[in-house]
Design a protein around this ligand. Structure first.
Ligand SMILES: [Zn+2]
Length: 447
């Protein structure tokens, strides 16, 4: 049980995000209810309350406040209080487009120093000899050390000069340009990275001829993997790649497709064949678990498994009808392109899945929907004929899905509406939490 004192910082944070529009005692009552009566996690409760009152759950601080010495190599979201010791801007090229970034060195009261990079100067512009509270930063490994990255979700607040006293004589490493390649794992890939070094095993490989201005050329593509995930690659030169070998690509770059990171390497790249242990193809083909939040940070992911709770059922879930020509969903047998058509029935599920930190849309085609709900297309059609109503199926789907913890496998892409997973496998994460979850959901919806 969480007591009043333990609830207090969360109440304050929720109140901050809701800009004081809701009384703190109301927030406290809700929080107490979700945590202590419905046994929801703190993170999920905070997000539910903010959403309930019309706020943006993503504006909540993640609550992980760290000193620089405590920073891990791959932090998803951290809050840091630090002084900027040095800062410079420089121009880099991301996927052929020039971009200005800022880099420098941070220090804290313990005298620990860490390099930082600001990727979006409209979100943060850090002045030297100034103290900042930096929220929603993340870290990546660089030569065995964490580096702090300020991405497009960062929130920076200037703090008073007396708040941090950096011990005298702290040696500040030169910020420097990134001339050496950056070593990354598959899960750390995101669109726009360049000069990266990645080691992985080639799981599949195919070649095809393409026409280029300088004549016909053979390009190679496939899937490579390390222990953190799988990624599609394209090689624009013939590096004599073979299926199942382990390669280290240097000076590769990441070009995303709908947010899904893909690695490319061309004539500037080097391929090495390292000796030593590396997981087998079989091990690397197993499911790779990622949180929705980590997928969100990468912008998308290829063939991953994630878990969360179904918090909303989208329109167009259940029995739908499609145009036989273009596969679009038709209304009353009329396709917006092809007019009156012989409509083809189909089953589909579209839901919002939230893991307490981030959310995504999950889209399931017929086979996946049937396996998950136990309702086949034929049964759905029979029922719709009997009742002359397709809504009944949607209703049944909603009852079966809403508030359920679920485990999903698929490829996640992003667009203007956020993350969307094309689901290949779905199963409920725990068999029977139904009544409790329903009670919780109805509570949330009603208030
Ligand atoms: Zn059509």
């Amino acid at each position: 049980m969480m007591n009043k004192e333990e609830l207090a910082p969360h109440v304050k944070e929720i109140s901050r995000v809701l800009e004081g529009k809701v009384k703190e005692q109301d927030i406290e009552r809700d929080l107490d209810n979700y945590l202590n009566v419905y046994r929801m996690s703190v993170e999920a409760s905070r997000r539910h309350i903010v959403r309930k009152y019309g706020g943006d759950p993503n504006a909540l601080a993640k609550g992980s406040n760290k000193t620089l010495a405590q920073l891990g190599l791959n932090e998803g979201s951290v809050d840091i209080l630090a002084r900027v010791m040095s800062s410079t801007t420089r121009e880099i090229t991301v996927s052929g487009t020039p971009k200005t970034i800022q880099s420098g060195v941070l220090a804290d009261e313990a005298g620990t120093t860490v390099k930082f990079t600001v990727w979006d100067l409209t979100k943060a512009d850090l002045k030297p000899d100034t103290n900042y509270l930096i929220r929603y930063a993340y870290t990546r490994e660089w030569n065995g050390q964490p580096e702090v990255h300020l991405g497009n979700r960062v929130v920076v607040e200037e703090r008073p000069q007396e708040e941090i006293t950096v011990p005298e004589g702290v040696s500040v490493p030169p910020a420097g340009g990134r001339s050496a390649p950056q070593t990354v794992k598959v899960s750390g890939l995101s669109d726009g990275m360049n000069n990266i070094t990645l080691t992985g095993r080639i799981l599949s490989l195919k070649s095809r001829e393409v026409d280029t201005p300088s004549g016909k050329k053979t390009m190679f593509s496939g899937i490579m993997a390390d222990e953190t995930g799988r990624v599609e690659f394209t090689a624009w030169e013939d590096f004599k790649l073979r299926e199942d070998e382990v390669i280290t690509v240097s000076n590769g770059y990441v070009k995303g497709w709908k947010g899904i990171p893909r690695i490319s390497f061309g004539e500037k790249a080097d391929i090495a064949r390292p000796n030593g242990e590396f997981p087998s193809a079989e091990e690397l083909s197993k499911e790779v678990r990622r949180s929705i939040e980590s997928i969100e940070q990468a912008g998308g992911a290829f063939d991953v498994v994630t878990t969360g709770t179904i918090v909303d059922i989208k329109k167009g879930t259940g029995l739908i009808f499609r145009c036989p020509e273009c596969n679009r969903v038709v209304l009353k047998g009329v396709c917006q392109i092809h007019g009156k058509v012989q409509q083809v029935p189909d089953l589909r599920i579209r839901v919002i899945v939230d893991d307490g930190f981030a959310a995504m849309t999950a889209v399931m085609k017929r086979e996946v929907s049937e396996a998950l709900t136990g309702v086949t297309l034929k049964e759905a059609l029979d029922e719709a004929r009997e009742t002359m109503d397709t809504e009944a199926i949607s209703q049944r789907f909603e009852e079966r899905l809403l508030a359920k913890p679920i485990e999903l496998r698929g490829t996640v892409m992003s667009d203007d509406y956020g993350l969307s997973m094309t689901v290949t496998e779905a199963k409920f994460a725990t068999p029977d939490v139904r009544s409790e979850a329903e009670a919780l959901l109805s509570k949330i919806e009603v208030i």
